[in-house]
Design a protein around this ligand. Structure first.
Ligand code: MOS
Length: 742
């Protein structure tokens, strides 16, 4: 049974994207709110401290849980000396339910999440128990005192040492192994060759809000969980699976989420632990993960080793394109960082191989983080393109133009829309690309200056999504869906879509998000949130319009809705007069044949200027500019913020971000914001974001494509390419720290 089947309410308009959807109600611009750079509607609540986050809900008789981590990296638990701390004043219980604690569930998507006990330790820092007390401070103290005996086991910790024992991952998210033509032969015979190995380190999503849950069991045996999650419907299913319940016995509420970046796609240990403890104790339990626990025991992006081989003719036309990658994850996990996901269709080339292999290591679970695949894949691919430009003497933009595929080079199907070349051209003009100098030739005192560019490519996806819209007798629209807003602007864009299609000013549109009792949405992941949930709201509003047109006695196409009135045939009627009973309808969107008929992606081009200190190797990003084409931009301000964030993460990935694993035990050495170096204000110069107007009629009825993860894709490579242009030194081991440049 699909999640959508669970829900039904009122009349439903369903659309499966089997065909292009050429017209959109949003084009009329009657209300004039779509696309506008409007500030987020929940902004005043947030700055006033009135937006309630997961850990902030009140609960009667609340107890506080603190998670306990394993201090060994492999082996078994022999004994947990719970008695010693249970005797301390204020301590309520030490909960060590091996059968149901989660390592971490699969992230989002389908919901047959594995339930993994932790009697067997798989990595350093894995959650093994929760100490519950009357106050947080007592629980934390008792957790620190808790003695645990282990039977240490053998683990595999060192990526370098075990890389030759890679096992083949199952095909899941992407074709893990794909080949066409004779890539090795074509590479060997190519006039110009680039063969280079790039490495990227493990990374952490590092969302501002740590993972937090308050679990409360109701008298009817159902669980209410206030949590910080990206995908409420599938998270409810995962939590139900972990606890042996049915999905409709769990209700997750995630009204406000302080960032996720992938780490909150699937449930994390704190939610399961809180639910089990609350059940055992018969009272609500709150668990907030400490920052170090978030780093240790939620999810990391895998480190990668990527071997790029580009063979080209003398004019830079690619004849062989090989992208072999090796990543890491725990034994038996399905997920692998899909490093080559964008390489499948980014550039032409008849002979191709894109390979993913996994080394099984006892390190924190790896999973989706900020543009899984593209973010790190393009740090290699786009740097290799820069090396090919250098080797052929062709300008990097011209090189990409020469390798622009007329259609998907592997699937031989058209692109739904693709504006990579216009993005590069506009960016080049705005940035001043023509002023680029030869590598290492622009020295001013101690500083070497350079500029670089890279393309941005991010797959576009549509996911099943539903929303209910109520048009009330007092002329307001209420949108209800379990979609989340993780800081992305969902509240605002859904209000804009309803406002535009129903002709209502935004103060007459109310959006309720993040409650698992509402119709199940796609959730915030994979950059599909706005287009998927926006389409469901759009479809519901289309149905409301038809109802209103019927009441007006006209064809919907002959009616304009504007400022709370229905206008047709020289009549203008207030919706408050027209609607005598609330109109309640549901919209549902689902992917269909269109995603097989077209390769869908968003595109962009990054430009970056850096200076590198010739004495110390210090890199300063001086300027960065991105031009993006992602279909209809629903809100220019929130869309811009997404891209600014992505570019900022690109600077971090290029220069500072790196989880360091101790090679002796896999332990993450730098597990806090002080030592895991995200870029801060001083690292980020003025960033410029531009959008190209675009509509994608093949993607969905609102013609928007994903934008959330487009800004990070390629951004790190633009920084790296600028560093090469400044110094003439090519560093292929990210992050590019001072020591590697000297
Ligand atoms: Mo994203 S890594 O799908 O939250």
């Amino acid at each position: 049974m699909s999640l959508l089947d669970i829900f039904s309410s009122g009349d439903t308009r369903s659309l499966t994207m089997d065909e292009p959807h050429p017209s959109s109600l949003l084009d009329s611009g009657a209300q004039g709110v779509i696309g506008k750079p409007l500030p987020r509607v929940e902004g005043p609540l947030k700055v006033a401290g009135k937006a309630t986050y997961a850990a902030e809900y009140p609960a009667e008789n609340l107890a506080y849980g603190v998670l306990v981590r394993s201090t060994v990296s492999a082996g078994r638990i022999a004994a947990i000396h719970a008695d010693e701390v249970q005797a301390l004043p204020g301590v309520i219980a030490v909960v060590t339910d091996y059968d149901t604690f989660l390592r971490n569930a699969a992230q989002g998507g389908d919901t047959d999440a594995p339930v993994q006990g932790v009697e067997e330790i798989q990595y350093h820092g894995e959650i093994i128990a929760v100490v519950v007390a009357e106050t947080f401070e007592i629980a934390r103290d008792a957790a620190a005192r808790l003695r645990v005996d282990y039977e240490p086991g053998e683990g595999r910790y060192d990526f370098e040492r075990y890389r030759n024992e890679a096992e083949r991952p199952p095909d899941s998210q992407v074709e893990a192994h794909s080949q066409q033509g004779d890539p090795d032969g074509a590479f060997a015979a190519a006039a110009v060759k680039v063969s280079a190995v790039y490495t990227t380190p493990s990374q952490n999503s590092a969302a501002m809000e740590p993972h937090a849950s308050i679990a409360e069991w109701k008298e009817d045996g159902t669980l209410l969980l206030h949590g910080a999650y990206q995908m409420v419907a599938s998270d409810q299913q995962q939590l139900a699976d972990a606890l042996g319940l049915k999905a409709d016995q769990v209700r997750i509420i995630s009204r406000y989420v302080g960032g996720g970046f992938g780490s909150k796609l699937g449930i994390a240990p704190e939610s399961v632990a809180a639910a089990i403890a609350a059940k055992q104790l018969g009272r609500p339990v709150k668990i907030v993960m400490a920052r170090q626990q978030v780093f240790d025991a939620t999810v990391r992006r895998s480190n990668t080793e990527q071997h790029l081989k580009l063979g080209a003719d003398a004019d830079g036309r690619i004849v062989a394109l090989i992208h072999d990658s090796l990543v890491s994850n725990l034994p038996d996990e399905d997920f692998f960082e899909p490093v080559g996901i964008g390489t499948h269709f980014a550039y032409a080339g008849e002979n191709r191989r894109i390979n993913h292999d996994v080394v099984r290591l006892n390190r924190t679970l790896s999973g989706s983080m900020r543009a899984p695949g593209e973010a790190v894949g393009q740090m290699a691919l786009e740097a290799a393109l820069d090396e090919l430009a250098e080797a052929t003497g062709v300008d990097p933009i011209e090189l990409r133009r020469r390798n622009e595929p007329p259609q998907d080079p592997e699937k031989q199907i058209p692109f739904s829309s693709r504006a990579l070349v216009p993005c590069m051209e506009k960016g080049a003009a705005l940035f001043g690309w023509a002023d680029r100098k030869a590598p290492g030739s622009d020295r001013r005192g101690e500083w070497l200056h350079g500029i670089g560019m890279a393309a941005a490519v991010r797959s576009n996806m549509l996911q099943k999504s539903a929303a209910q819209v109520t048009l009330t007798t007092d002329g307001r629209a209420i949108v209800e869906t379990d979609m989340t807003d993780i800081g992305t602007g969902t509240y605002t864009i859904l209000a804009q879509i309803a406002g535009e299609t129903l002709g209502l000013p935004l103060d007459r549109v109310i959006v309720h998000l993040g409650d698992g009792k509402a119709p199940p949405a796609a959730g915030s992941g994979g950059s599909w949130g706005a287009a998927s949930s926006g389409s469901s709201v759009y479809l519901a509003c289309e149905l409301v319009r038809e109802r209103l047109a019927k009441k007006m006695g006209v064809d919907p196409a002959a009616m304009t809705l504007k400022d709370g009135r229905a206008i047709a045939e020289n009549r203008a009627v207030d919706l408050t007069d027209l609607v005598d009973e609330n109109i309640v309808v549901t919209g549902q969107i689902a992917p269909g044949k269109q995603e097989k008929l077209h390769t869908q992606a968003s595109y962009g081009a990054h430009f970056c200027a850096v200076k590198v200190n010739a004495v110390t190797g210090e890199v300063r990003v001086e300027r960065m500019l991105g031009v993006f084409a992602a279909g209809r931009v629903l809100n220019e301000q929130t869309a811009r913020s997404q891209c600014l964030g992505g570019m900022t993460f690109g600077i971090g990935a290029a220069l500072t971000e790196e989880l360091v694993h101790d090679p002796r035990n896999g332990k993450i050495v730098n597990r806090d914001m002080a030592e895991y170096h995200l870029p801060v204000n001083a690292d980020v110069p003025q960033l410029e974001v531009h959008f190209l107007p675009e509509r994608d009629i093949n993607a969905n009825p609102i013609h928007a494509k994903g934008i959330g993860e487009l800004g990070i894709s390629g951004a790190g490579a633009a920084v790296a390419n600028a560093i090469y242009n400044a110094t003439g030194v090519r560093v292929r081991d990210y992050p590019i720290t001072c020591d590697k440049l000297l």
